[in-house]
Design a protein around this ligand. Structure first.
Ligand code: FMN
Length: 316
């Protein structure tokens, strides 16, 4: 049986963002994609729906002091602090290599200010090898920008507007779960022209080293990811997908094809997989295989047909 796993993450947008399947890595857990290519070859990269880069900032960053990660039951805390090569190196050195792949690459950008989001979007516009932009208005591990912007409906809207105005590339806005009402944020970003919403970034958390009597992470707080946050992410996707008309990308704790199916049934059009790949580098490929096998076993010829099927209006 021929199964159609494809999804357009920017329907109606002038460029569109057509993926062969809805599975992609979560920003920051896949570096720039080259290690994955080394292990699984170009064929491996070209089985993915898309590649999402780690967060890029205007200037290169060294990131936070070590330790930057701490294990927790069913998840991990991280405080990387956006270590990266900066946007110029991204454009000049990384994009030409991405252009080799027949897989769309989405660049995750993190501005210090609303205007910087606009400036970086302008710089990425028209660069061969780049198919979309994801706005990281939700990083919990930096002093400026990041979650500060993503926790304000007004600032999130302004960051979206600044980026959308400056590029023909589809703009995905990535929400923080660390707010009372993510739906208001999503609606504001949609109104400003976001092509899609990604939900969610990490949940704020912390751990304490009782021997040192100090927080484990140098900035005390970190971002919790992995299976521990899956129910939170799923609830936010369910709520956001019920409110916006643009596609929603589910992210948070997805480890298996069954998890991915839960997000799709909640209303996500696609999924991102992060922490799971640290324990299983094949996780993305296993999830794609698992989705295909599930469709075959359940007589589903078009995966898109199950998107949102668990939502009230369609529950029998
Ligand atoms: C080590 C690490 C680095 C991350 N870096 C970024 C980043 O640069 N930009 C971003 O938007 N999200 C970043 N995230 C958040 C992930 O993209 C994802 O939203 C989050 O981890 C939840 O998904 P997961 O439970 O599948 O990991 C990072 C997460 C981890 C664990």
């Amino acid at each position: 049986m021929e199964i159609d796993l494809s999804v357009d993450l920017a329907p109606g947008h002038k460029r569109g963002l057509l993926l062969r399947n809805p599975v992609m890595p979560a920003s920051g857990t896949f570096s720039w994609g080259f290690e994955f290519e080394q292990h699984f070859g170009r064929e491996g990269i070209e089985r993915l729906g898309a590649v999402v880069s780690k967060g890029v900032t205007m200037e290169p960053r060294a990131g936070n002091r070590q330790p930057r990660v701490a294990e927790t039951p069913a998840g991990m805390l991280n405080s990387i602090g956006l270590q990266n090569v900066g946007i110029r190196a991204c454009i000049e050195e990384l994009a030409p290599q991405w252009a080799r792949w027949d897989t769309p690459v989405i660049v995750n950008i993190a501005g210090d200010t609303v205007d910087e989001f606009g400036e970086m979007a302008r710089m990425l516009d028209g660069v061969p090898g780049i198919a979309g932009i994801e706005l990281n208005i939700s990083c919990p591990n930096v002093d400026t920008g990041g979650m500060e912007i993503g926790q304000s409906v007004e600032a999130s809207a302004r960051a979206t507007r600044a980026a959308v105005r400056n590029t023909d590339l589809p703009v995905i806005v990535k929400l923080t779960p660390n707010v009372t009402d993510p739906v208001q944020l999503a609606l504001a970003c949609e109104a400003e022209g976001a092509a899609a919403i990604c939900a969610v970034n990490t949940v704020l958390g912390m751990a304490i080293d009782i021997e040192r009597r100090r927080p484990v992470l140098p900035r005390a707080r970190g971002g919790l990811s992995g299976p521990a946050i899956k129910p939170i992410a799923l609830r936010i996707v369910y709520d956001v997908a019920g409110a916006v008309r643009i596609p929603v990308i589910g992210c948070g704790g997805i480890t298996t094809a069954r998890d991915a199916l839960e997000f799709l049934m909640a209303g996500a059009s696609a999924v991102q997989v992060g922490t799971a790949t640290f324990a299983n580098p094949r996780a993305l490929l296993d999830i794609i295989d698992g989705l295909e096998a599930w469709c075959a076993a359940n007589g589903v010829t078009r995966l898109g047909d199950i998107v949102g099927c668990a939502r009230p209006a369609t529950v029998a």
